[in-house]
Design a protein around this ligand. Structure first.
Ligand code: MN
Length: 482
């Protein structure tokens, strides 16, 4: 479905490009050996380089280079064997160097692709580039007394800035892009994707136009820290711009901030142009030259990524494409499912993960890594269904107990007496009783009313509290009345 905003001058299309800052998984910073652990005491992870002491020289951290190349390969992008670090000059209290070391004209990664599965069909979103750069420190504002403190723990931490082409056309596509990019980064192990902790931050460039027109002026919404907020911010900003144009005004190029509480974007400052930053190659660092062999070695060690995994789940496990997509969207879910499906009915396993386990996790706001039921125990439960020890209905009750109290499903079945009744004698007695108690229905059954068969099975399940084996009930009914 095309996302259009109706206006008096016609429909408006939204054009979105995303710039994502992804913190590289590395124990040390981009140009220093200081630690990068989240949540440490302020200013406890700061080397002399990060504090910009005079005479200190940056030294490139090879792990970060490898991670950037790995990410580029995961985005099906061209890797540039020659790249250059440049200084991006600006003043801010949390930037002691007075410049950020970044890459500008020659980034390490060029054009790539991210594939999206949208309800209306597949979409290919272009990646413009990926470059490495340093993060800045953090200003902490105190109200009483009114002071600002600087924490340099984040100063110099390695980031990948991943820039998309302006290919996105709706808040939904932007949300899908963020989720897909985060999944790829997590599969690769190059960024933990944790938006709440700021390891993944998004700037959204938004403009509107009548379909078919040239691109108009864009506004940049800075530092959005959740996928939901990215989508909301774009929606509000697009509507604001349409209003500006429709009331005869012009959108100005500027940096804006999204306020989720008020559901609006606000102007922060007029947008700088690249030349305002006086980029120039950092004289303290040599150009970064890597070899094709180095890239190939990283390529040969890439893990299976979500798109490939989805195809394999469809072909090997015969899963429906929608189910496969849900399972591979998150690396932990995919691994959980694979462990569960091993040697079992994969479709049944997929159903249990998607419909039962995810329902519980969603309700409790937990990730699959925090699940109280592990793949081992859920597997045992599925085995009990497969070998007819319990019915699918009873299994749901057992699962509830596993969720609330934990424990081995076989033990729960034993303790609560939930075993399926497969004893022919016991079921026969039950069926005889039902026939004797309901002569009318028995007659209807004999007259060939098939619905009544279902009614009898329902009664038998009720009488046995769900424990009668429905197939056996059916067979006995047929034998006695058919
Ligand atoms: Mn940047």
């Amino acid at each position: 479905m095309t996302y259009l905003i109706e206006g008096e001058t016609g429909d408006w299309e939204v054009v979105i490009g995303l710039e994502v800052h992804a913190q590289i998984v590395s124990e040390a910073k981009l140009f220093s050996g200081a630690a990068t652990e989240f949540g440490a005491e302020p200013n406890s992870q700061v080397s002399l380089v990060d504090a910009a002491m005079p005479g200190m020289l940056p030294v490139i951290n090879e792990v970060c280079v490898e991670q950037a190349v790995r990410t580029g390969l995961g985005l099906e992008a061209e890797i540039n064997l020659h790249s250059v670090f440049e200084r991006k000059n600006y003043f801010y209290p949390d930037l002691p160097q007075g410049y950020q070391i970044s890459q500008f004209l020659n980034p390490i990664v060029g054009e790539g692709i991210i594939h999206l599965d949208m309800p209306e069909g597949p979409r290919e979103i272009g990646v413009e580039r990926l470059h490495m750069e340093q993060d800045a420190g953090k200003s902490l504002h105190d109200q009483d007394p009114k002071r600002t403190y600087i924490d340099l723990n984040r100063s110099g931490v390695a980031l990948m800035e991943i820039v998309s082409k302006p290919d996105l056309r709706s808040p939904e596509e932007a949300g899908a892009y963020m989720r897909k990019l985060r999944a790829i980064l997590r599969y690769l192990g190059t960024c933990d994707g944790n938006m709440e902790q700021g390891s993944l931050r998004c700037d959204a460039n938004v403009s509107v136009r009548h379909p078919g027109e040239e691109l108009r002026t864009r506004a940049e919404i800075k530092n959005i820290n959740s996928v939901r907020f990215v989508m909301q911010a774009i929606e509000h900003e697009a509507e604001r711009q349409v209003e500006v144009y429709e009331s005869g005004g012009d959108v100005v190029q500027e940096t804006r901030l999204y306020d989720p509480n008020k559901g609006e974007t606000r102007s922060m400052r007029s947008k700088e142009e690249a030349h305002d930053y006086r980029y120039f190659p950092d004289p303290d660092l040599l150009p970064l030259d890597i070899t094709q062999e180095y890239v190939d070695a990283i390529k040969s060690g890439l893990p299976e990524l979500p798109d490939a995994k989805k195809e394999r789940f469809i072909s090997d496990f015969e899963l429906a494409p929608e189910d496969a997509a849900v399972l591979v969207a998150d690396k932990d879910s995919a691994e959980f499912f694979e462990a569960l499906a091993e040697g079992r009915n994969a479709k049944l396993a997929a159903n249990w993960v998607i419909h039962e386990l995810f329902a519980v996790l969603n309700k409790e706001g937990k990730s699959i890594a925090e699940s109280q039921v592990n793949a081992d125990d859920l597997g045992k439960l599925i085995d009990l269904i497969s070998d007819d020890t319990i019915s699918g209905r009873i299994a749901k009750d057992v699962f509830e107990v596993m969720v609330s109290d934990g424990g081995d499903p076989a033990k729960i079945v034993e303790e609560k007496g939930l075993k399926q009744i497969t004893d022919t004698g016991e079921i026969e007695t039950m069926v005889d009783q039902l026939i004797a108690d309901n002569p009318d229905q028995a007659q209807q059954y004999k007259d060939g009313n098939e619905k009544v068969a279902g009614w009898f099975v329902g009664q038998a399940m009720k009488a046995s509290q769900g424990k009668a084996n429905p197939q056996m009930v059916n067979e006995l009914l047929k034998k006695k009345l058919g």
